[in-house]
Design a protein around this ligand. Structure first.
Ligand code: ADP
Length: 483
């Protein structure tokens, strides 16, 4: 079984969020389970030099982006047992950030075409191309509409995984011809048309042989108007090909027993060492060193999706509690400014580090008592799983993958690995935080909750088996067709 895994970011090469974690961990697990899976991603300028130095050029060819003919180099690394291909074009990818440029449509149109051209050039003939989010959304569409008749492409099947339906790659109508050289017939409700524009994400949902999303709850949610981002009816029409497979986390990367970023490594049996991480974190962040004061953390993109409005709404009531709050994140200006202002107003209780810092994130997971994730929607969410592994008890809203991973603590049965609330309402969140704080004050009970959280196993092993089954199913389906 040969799989080409096309993705726009991947740990340890480039990361802006959970997608990179998934792309870094899932292929590694699938290789372990015997699949010849290779990852392909853009060669960004921001990839660390020591990783770039290990890349070996294996080919170059020309890729057509509408009327343009662009250079496409292919470089290769083998890293932790997985082969990675990097699509090299300095004009498109030698930039500081991964996304957010005026020509993202053109950049990823180029990447999509490069992925499709790869098999005929490098002699790796995939059975499946597994694509992720809008940045790779035109691959299934172009394959089905333009490439299917070409030699070498007839039997390739596609899987498209939705990590976040909010970002759809919506481009002007003209992009159809301008970026893909496609005819106007595809500007149609049954193909790419999306309210007067074209949508990369829609292209994938229309054309992929199988669609997955990253948790069972999100799979159901996206088929409703509340969460479906105006694609719910289309998704519903494809429900027989839609599956929700829960993400895992990389247990080697996120391992409190062997994490080089921590002040002191620890496990569920030695929580005293977790406490040392808390004290060091307080010191590093310039907070008063207070062993008994619960430290609540958020590590997140600062966007509306993440429920920051709820925190903002009840902030003064929350901070009046005997707590410390540490926020690591970046995103929308209004939220960044808000937390900076709150840090200035409550310097002994609130610290906001605006930016992206992997090492600091690990230190915060290890030092925090509670991890707040009140998302408006959350396709899967990795933060809460990482937090549990580091003994930081999650407080979440019951949506998407948060609903599938966090079980609210039940004092009668002693079951539960966190705290949760359902309505998207600031005072429901506040009440839930207060409930968690009341248990925190009972040391024995708190130890039990932390142990429950740390005992959860969110490894990739089980989920990777589900992807493997999906690939097998598609391959046998294509063999029937070819026959
Ligand atoms: P999303 O992919 O929607 O951003 P997830 O919870 O799935 O959210 O994944 C977020 C990942 O990014 C986690 O690994 C989290 O620790 C990390 N992360 C988010 N913000 C930051 C930050 N400012 N600095 C370091 N890591 C971050």
């Amino acid at each position: 079984m040969k799989v080409l895994f096309a993705v726009s970011e991947c740990v340890p090469f480039a990361k802006s969020g959970g997608l990179a974690d998934v792309a870094g961990a899932l292929p590694k697990e699938l290789v372990r389970q015997g699949i010849d899976i290779r990852v392909i991603m853009p060669k960004y300028g921001s990839i660390e030099n020591n990783l770039k130095a290990q890349m070996r050029k294996i080919d170059d060819f020309t890729v057509e982006v509408g009327w343009r003919k662009q250079y496409c180099g292919i470089e290769e690394i083998e890293f932790q047992g997985v082969i990675y291909y990097f699509v090299d074009n300095e004009y498109y990818f030698m930039r500081e950030e991964l996304y957010g440029y005026f020509d993202d449509g053109e950049r990823f149109a180029f990447f999509n075409k490069a992925v499709l051209e790869l098999p005929v050039h490098i002699g790796f003939q995939p059975d499946i191309i597994h694509c992720h989010d809008w940045h790779t959304g035109m691959i299934p569409f172009l394959l089905k509409m333009e490439y299917k008749e070409k030699t070498g492409y007839q039997s390739i099947q596609t899987v498209f995984t939705i990590h976040n339906l909010l970002f759809q790659g919506i481009m002007p109508r003209e992009s159809l011809n301008e970026l893909f050289g496609l005819q106007e017939e595809y500007f149609h409700i049954d193909y790419l048309e999306f309210y007067g524009c074209i949508s990369f994400m829609k292209g994938a949902i229309v054309a992929a042989d199988k669609i997955t999303t990253v948790s069972p709850t999100y799979k159901n949610e996206i088929q409703t108007s509340a969460y479906g981002e105006m694609l719910h009816e289309l998704l519903h029409s494809r429900s027989s090909d839609l599956e929700g497979i829960l993400n895992g986390i990389d247990l080697e990367l996120y391992n409190p027993e062997r994490d080089p970023f921590l002040f002191k490594c620890f496990n569920g049996k030695g929580l005293i060492n977790k406490q040392e991480n808390k004290l060091h974190l307080q010191e590093q962040m310039g907070l008063p060193i207070k062993e008994k004061t619960p430290l609540i953390a958020m590590i997140t993109r600062l966007t509306k999706q993440k429920g920051i409005d709820l925190v903002r709404h009840v902030f003064r009531e929350l901070i009046a509690e005997d707590i410390q709050l540490v926020i690591l994140g970046s995103g929308d200006d209004e939220y960044e400014h808000f937390f900076q202002q709150m840090e200035a107003a409550y310097p002994h209780k609130c610290k906001a580090y605006i930016g992206f810092d992997e090492g600091l994130a690990h230190k915060i997971y290890a030092g925090a008592d509670l991890f707040l994730m009140p998302s408006q929607f959350e396709p899967c969410g990795l933060g809460q799983m990482i937090a549990m592994r580091y003994g930081a008890v999650p407080i979440v809203r019951e949506t998407g993958g948060l609903n599938d991973t966090v079980l609210s603590f039940n004092e009668q049965s002693g079951e539960g690995n966190g705290f949760s609330f359902s309505p998207y309402h600031a005072h429901d969140m506040l009440f839930t935080i207060e409930r968690a704080l009341s248990f925190y004050r009972d040391e024995e009970c708190w130890r039990k909750i932390v142990e429950n959280a740390m005992a959860m196993n969110y490894s990739w092993a089980q989920s990777a088996i589900k992807y493997k089954q999906l690939y097998s199913e598609l391959i046998s389906r294509s063999e029937i067709y070819v026959y």
